[in-house]
Design a protein around this ligand. Structure first.
Ligand code: N01
Length: 467
């Protein structure tokens, strides 16, 4: 957003970031094995390619370094305020600007764009006695690298995307690893491999070769979505068979296989990619525990059936409290409307980026614009273009404020609900962070990226109140 805004001639720009460095999720999640499950060439900004990615799926250090390099490459440091947390924002209707509170003093802005990710605030499990544990206890997103794991008895709670990367990364090092699984995930082969110097050189010398790779990676994922991957379809059953085959190939023990066989439809939760998760679970020093957890005690975890796992270190791979992200920062729009209350009925936004009652306020990766099947970078880029078109219109018509009409927002939501009805998230028999308390998917876009890009190409000014 900052790069494209600067390129569009918006010079008066400030990026406020709570952390001491850029990178967001790729700055914070430094757990062993952290990597992206979208190929790196597809997970790059379209206007800032990196020909020399060293793996098909880049690891966290390489992605964090890429994002850091962008600051220098696009001279962003001049407009960056790091280690500055936004604590609230209030729309001043008389002056048509936002008063933004930060822990380093107030700011004023004509327009506010939120880039606060949803996967940020750790979800700590409500397990009795959790904080009575006397050994090191930490969440995957705040990994304590000061704790040596060699030879230790380590417990991990959770089997989502974070856990399945941590397990194979630390299993060879720890003394004993106990993985506490509540729901078995669907896992597909990852086929990760290094990208050697020759290919890197080719991508540097011949940009069309890199673009071709990116296009193949993109369209393979789009095809799956277009073929009905978000519904219970023949494709779902085919993918489930492929995942079960992956499990059979990697786990010989039928009892362990049974524990690892999911009991919901594939796609209902995020499908995980791994070549080394199942093999790690077959190691003699790894135990998969599937009994419900009764409590955490000072020295370990006790199961509902009374068995006890003594532990030295306990890791919470329990995911994130997604609704807390924006709702934790009090954002007050027109006529004192509080964002968290505006979302009381349902978390929603016009095209996922703008909200009635909140003039000159935009969100990146807002409600229902995350992706399970393709690169979210593409969604962000579509949103950035849309926001910039709104800002250009404000300038062209010398507008003080722009916000969607409630009617347009309601129409948008109705169209979204129609896409969601009968989808895998409603019929797949699972619960996940994609859903709100009512079981509605409020996180993912239920269509192809191309469909979203089309919807975002040109704002329809009849859908906005322009003042
Ligand atoms: O979190 P999750 P995550 N008792 O919410 C379990 C992105 N990401 O950090 O399934 C016992 O997926 C919970 O169990 P259940 C990606 O978008 C991407 O792993 O609810 N268990 C589940 O197994 C991803 O979707 C990448 O029954 C409890 C786990 O904890 C998102 O981040 C890598 C529990 C939480 O899984 C979040 O992934 C990492 C309890 N009380 C993350 N509470 C890549 O690109 C929760 N659980 C590769």
């Amino acid at each position: 957003m900052a790069i494209r805004a600067r390129q569009a001639g918006l010079a008066n720009l400030l990026v406020v970031e709570k952390a001491g460095a850029v990178g967001g999720t790729w700055h914070e999640n430094t757990y062993p094995g952290a990597a992206c499950d979208i190929p790196a060439h597809l997970y790059s900004l379209s206007f800032a390619p990196k020909p020399d990615w060293t793996r098909i799926y880049a690891g966290q250090p390489e992605i964090a370094a890429y994002l850091g390099e962008l600051v220098e490459r696009f001279a962003l440091d001049r407009c960056l305020s790091l280690a500055t947390a936004v604590t609230g924002a209030v729309w001043d209707g008389t002056r048509s600007l936002w008063r933004v509170e930060t822990d380093r003093g107030p700011l004023e802005a004509r327009v506010v764009v939120s880039g606060m990710g949803a996967l940020h605030h750790p979800a700590l499990p409500a397990i009795p006695g959790l904080h009575s544990f006397l050994g090191p206890l930490f969440h995957t997103s705040s990994w304590d690298h000061g704790v040596a794991l060699t030879g230790k008895r380590v417990g991990i709670i959770g089997t989502g995307a974070s856990a399945i990367q941590v397990v194979p990364a630390i299993a060879p090092e720890v003394g004993q690893l106990t993985l506490f699984q509540r729901t078995a995930p669907w896992v597909m082969p990852r086929h990760d491999r290094p990208i050697g110097p020759r290919l890197q050189a080719l991508f540097r010398r011949l940009p069309p070769a890199r673009r071709l790779l990116r296009a193949v990676q993109f369209w393979a994922r789009e095809a799956r979505a277009a073929l009905g991957f978000t519904r219970v379809s023949g494709l779902t059953r085919l993918a489930e068979a492929a995942s079960r085959h992956h499990l059979r190939k990697q786990v010989a023990d039928p009892a362990l296989r049974a524990k690892l066989t999911p009991a919901y439809r594939l796609g209902c939760k995020r499908v995980l990619l791994s070549d080394d998760y199942y093999p790690a679970l077959t190691r003699p020093n790894v135990t998969l525990e599937t009994e419900a957890i009764r409590s955490v005690t000072p020295d370990g975890v006790t199961m509902a059936d009374g068995r006890h796992h003594p532990l030295d270190v306990l890791v919470l791979a329990t995911g994130f409290d997604v609704t807390a992200s924006l709702a934790r920062v009090p954002v007050v729009g027109r006529d004192g409307l509080i964002l968290a209350r505006a979302w009381g009925e349902r978390v929603t936004a016009h095209r996922g980026v703008a909200l009635a009652g909140f003039p000159n306020f935009f969100m990146l990766l807002g409600p229902n614009t995350g992706l399970g099947h393709n690169s979210v970078v593409l969604m962000v880029e579509a949103q950035v273009s849309y926001v910039l078109a709104c800002l250009a219109e404000m300038k062209a018509r010398t507008l003080a404020a722009i916000e969607p009409t409630p009617e347009a927002q309601a129409r948008d939501l109705a169209a979204l609900e129609a896409r969601l009805s009968g989808s895998i998230w409603q019929q797949g028999g699972c619960a996940s962070w994609y859903q709100d308390g009512e079981g509605r998917n409020v996180a993912l876009w239920p269509g192809t990226v191309v469909a979203y890009q089309r919807a975002m190409r040109v704002p329809d000014w009849d859908e906005f109140v322009l003042t």
